[in-house]
Design a binder for this molecule. Structure first.
Ligand code: NDP
Length: 330
């Protein structure tokens, strides 16, 4: 089968289309014929070696990258009783989705309702479940609370703004351009801060009369984190969940005290998608919200599988205004 198989850590040009063996589903697994694979910022870290020393994201080379997809069940391993061949499914996994076929543990597969297109299901799994766990579990937002969402026009950002608004929160967001202000505003953001024109912390403090927000969701990392911590209200929470501008490798504990006894967490999606019930619960909520028109998913661009390198250049260039997908030709 065709797959994007990375042989050496490096730039987008290492996204090479290769012939690899079609995986056989082991006991407890199902094989999925992939229709759409989602492209996420984390795929960049897997590809360029940022996570080469991480125990969580084991990165053996060569490796087929890609952490989410949708498609149809194509073969079923021993002991799998709740799935059938031909069933439409979506999933997140550690790697392997930039491919024509993937073997996936059955408990990680989410049945996709008939009225949800497969491209939407692929677009919702990783970024949608991330936005869901951030707003419902890492810091369960309540009516009347406030949050700051960085990169509000990005993939996770657009979904997180919508979920936070559905929960009744006031949403502040940072974006780089006026075009992105419009996108974030259309998703429901109450206040958009053009962080290239103004100091985002000063602006947020002005807008909150010096109080700060209950929670900051920071996906940008290196260039924002120290100011993000100081945007949090006394005893609020700073959630660092990404590294779009670079990895944060140290936080001085005293900086949390000085910011007002702020709590700090660095969550990982897999810990919030730890059981079949949790995965299906989060995905089910997202599908329901879509049906009720309380959540929209923007597909930015669909690239052919062979052009994964262009998708990587696009996301690394900060150009995303929604979801990037790879289409796998039937
Ligand atoms: P996005 O679509 O949000 O793209 C990244 C955005 O970050 C850009 O569009 C840009 O928006 C902003 N940005 C700021 N500085 C930079 C920079 N130096 N280079 C590039 N972009 C920059 O990506 P995703 O929605 O896929 O992911 C967002 C983050 O969340 C990633 O870091 C990802 O790894 C992380 N993540 C973490 C998870 C977890 O569980 N911990 C799970 C899923 C994602 P602007 O132009 O407005 O600045």
């Amino acid at each position: 089968m065709k797959a994007i198989n990375v042989h050496a850590f490096g730039g987008p040009e290492t996204c090479i289309i290769d012939d690899v063996e079609i995986p056989e589903p082991a006991a407890g697994e199902a094989r999925v014929k992939v229709a759409f694979a989602g492209v996420n910022f984390i795929d960049v870290y897997m590809r360029n070696g940022t996570y080469a020393r991480s125990h969580t994201y084991k990165t053996p080379l060569p490796m087929v990258i890609g952490m989410e997809a949708s498609g149809t069940v194509d073969a079923i391993g021993e002991g799998v009783t709740d799935l059938r061949v031909g069933q439409r499914v979506a999933f997140c996994l550690l790697r392997g989705s930039y491919a024509e076929f993937v073997a996936v543990p059955a408990w990680k597969l989410v049945p996709v309702p008939d009225d949800v297109p497969l491209e939407i299901a692929a677009a919702l799994m990783l970024q949608g479940c991330t936005a869901h766990y951030l707003s419902h579990s890492a810091f369960p937002l309540q009516k009347g609370q406030s949050c700051l969402v960085h990169a509000g026009a990005g993939g996770v950002g657009q979904l997180l703004i919508q979920l936070a608004k559905n929960l009744g929160a006031t949403v502040f967001t940072t974006v780089s351009t006026q075009e992105k202000v419009e996108i974030a505003r259309n998703r429901g953001a109450d206040h958009c801060i053009l962080y290239r024109d103004v100091d985002f912390r000063e602006e947020l403090m002005k807008l909150t009369s010096g109080k700060g927000v209950d929670v900051v969701y920071d996906s940008v990392g290196k260039t924002t984190i120290m100011s993000s911590i100081r945007c949090v209200r006394r005893r609020g929470l700073c959630v660092l969940f990404g590294a779009s501008s670079g990895v944060v490798d140290a936080i001085e504990p005293l900086s949390l005290a000085e910011a007002g006894s702020v709590f700090f967490t660095r969550p990982h999606l897999a810990d919030y998608m730890a059981t079949a019930d949790e995965i299906r619960g989060r995905a089910g909520d997202l599908f329901r919200l879509m049906k009720e028109k309380l959540l929209s998913v923007a597909i930015d661009t669909v690239f052919p599988l062979a052009d994964a390198a262009s998708a990587h250049r696009y996301i690394e260039g900060g150009k995303t205004r929604g979801k990037l997908l790879l289409k796998i030709e039937p």
